[in-house]
Design a protein around this ligand. Structure first.
Ligand SMILES: [Zn+2]
Length: 90
């Protein structure tokens, strides 16, 4: 049963492994801004988060995301990510 391989990724906070399309990709673009990659095609270092609000809080406020992306997450980025997380339904 290997005809259709579903790419899997893990949430950087809770580590839950699931299909890539069920996670949200956050990318640190070459210009240094941190953004939600809804197409999954943006260039840059990426990190995946599941839809649990608790994971977003830990990723954004707890600094887990900056660690995974090995870059800075600015206050503007944090505001944008927090805004996005408010639209998620767990
Ligand atoms: Zn998670």
């Amino acid at each position: 049963m290997h005809q259709r391989h579903t790419p899997e990724r893990s949430c950087v906070v809770c580590g839950t492994k699931m299909a890539k399309r069920d996670l949200v990709r956050i990318v640190l673009t070459p210009s240094g801004s941190c953004t939600v990659d809804e197409t999954g095609k943006l260039a840059g270092r990426g990190a995946y988060l599941c839809h649990q609000l608790a994971c977003w809080e830990r990723a954004v406020k707890g600094g887990r995301l900056a660690h995974s992306l090995r870059g800075d997450v600015t206050a503007d980025d944090k505001a944008r990510l927090t805004e996005f997380s408010a639209t998620l339904t767990a």
